[in-house]
Design a protein around this ligand. Structure first.
Ligand code: HCA
Ligand code: CU
Length: 398
């Protein structure tokens, strides 16, 4: 658990560990659905070439499974087929409905893993499909049987599980287990769960269906990360993510946030190339001409910028003062922002960076001048070794 810039994670967490209850050493798999759920985000569409590049990149990063729907279009079909053919380490999961025609498409892609979804909530059965609970189960069992008999490994997604009648949900899950399903996905399709609710939901399904469980958490209430972690604590074996948290409406759990929270807060280091995250996100942003919100945790522009003079002073001593994990760990850089908030300390740093001989009264004057101009941020700078050296060598540094 050594991280060069921060020493032991235990140290960077300090007494937070007491409230958090320590680490939780259980690995979990990552299924990335950027190519399926991610492409359902308004405004997002990939070319076939981009899908392949994203697939290769995610595989090299180290996700365990990559989900894609071959049903959508010819281009999606080709993308899925090529990804299967590429024989990546990650399993290519072909996603589609619990219907023979969709399963046939997956078979034509030479996929070996099929994820079929079927709604289980009364709201969906009534307003989306207009079928009975019994029909829903029968359709799914028929499709499961068809897929299995064609040699596919099968996950069944209990769509809108969080809003389904718990008794029916358990009957459904039990029937799938008895019919030899390989995995069950428990999605919070509309983000209706609190973390404690997600925990109970996963436990409840696991109790009657002891197969590996996926969780898929939507972010409608801003809880997709918290709920995915709760599902993981409840024993889910695989968590669904997308790059940037992209997905239908407000999306699902963000890949970088999940793997980082798992590492920092749970002490679980996955077999992924964390230092590649920056490139993965930058490439995706370029492809889709999309800028992530600057205050987005982990990969947002601001995640490693320090602005208040007192903060800058502290991180010069030890970045752990205001960072749980170093930016280098993610392939990112630390920056400092000089602004009207710099105060005397910050002004003295600024003068040193500029190579101006400074003393306390000059620093005070500059701080005062900057404040009275009310210009907001002046400029930002990467806090690399050279800049750090300039600030520190002139003596004060704090
Ligand atoms: C969908 C629904 C889904 C499926 C999740 C899964 C959801 O858009 O098809 O297959 O695990 O949120 O329920 O994304
Ligand atoms: Cu979804």
């Amino acid at each position: 658990m050594q991280d060069e810039k921060h020493g032991d994670l235990e140290e960077s967490l300090g007494f937070a560990q007491i409230y958090n209850g320590g680490f939780f050493n259980k690995k979990v798999k990552i299924l990335d659905s950027t190519l399926r759920e991610g492409e359902q985000a308004p405004g997002i569409s990939f070319t076939k070439r981009q899908r392949l590049q994203i697939g290769w990149m995610l595989d090299y990063f180290g996700v365990n499974a990559i989900e894609i729907s071959p049903i959508i279009s010819d281009s999606h079909f080709d993308s899925c087929k090529e990804l299967v053919k590429a024989k990546l380490s990650a399993t290519i999961v072909a996603h589609g409905r619990a219907l023979k025609e969709d399963i046939d498409v997956a078979l034509n892609c030479d996929a070996s893993f099929y994820a079929m979804y079927h709604s289980v909530s009364d709201i969906h059965l009534r307003y989306k499909l207009n079928i009975s609970r019994e029909d829903a189960l029968n359709r799914t069992l028929t499709a499961l049987d068809y897929a299995k008999s064609h040699g596919l490994q099968v996950r069944v997604t209990l769509e809108d599980a969080s809003r389904a009648d718990p008794i029916y949900l358990r009957e459904f899950a039990k029937a799938l287990y008895e019919a030899n399903v390989d995995r069950i996905s428990v999605p919070d399709t509309v983000g209706a769960m609190k973390p404690s609710g997600m925990y109970r939901l996963v436990k409840s399904v696991k109790e009657v269906a002891p197969v590996p469980i996926d969780v898929h958490c939507h972010n409608d209430m801003g809880l997709s990360l918290a709920n995915a972690l709760a599902g993981y604590e409840a024993g889910a074996d695989q968590v669904h993510t997308t790059v940037g948290g992209l997905g239908e409406r407000t999306g699902i759990t963000d890949l970088s946030q999940f793997v980082l929270a798992l590492y920092v807060l749970y002490g679980v280091k996955l077999d992924v190339r964390y230092e590649m995250l920056n490139d993965v996100y930058k490439i995706l942003e370029e492809y889709i001409d999309y800028k992530m919100p600057s205050n987005q945790p982990i990969m947002g522009e601001n995640a490693y910028k320090h602005k208040a003079g007192t903060h800058i002073a502290a991180i010069l001593n030890n970045p752990m003062a205001y960072e749980l994990v170093s930016p280098e760990f993610l392939g990112r850089k630390r920056k400092v922002v000089f602004s009207e908030l710099i105060g005397k300390n910050g002004a003295s740093f600024l003068l040193k960076v500029l190579g101006v001989e400074s003393d306390e009264s000059l620093a005070k004057m500059v701080a005062h001048g900057v404040k009275s101009l009310q210009m907001g941020d002046l400029f930002e700078l990467e806090l690399n070794d050279e800049i750090k050296q300039r600030i520190i060598t002139s003596g004060e540094g704090k």
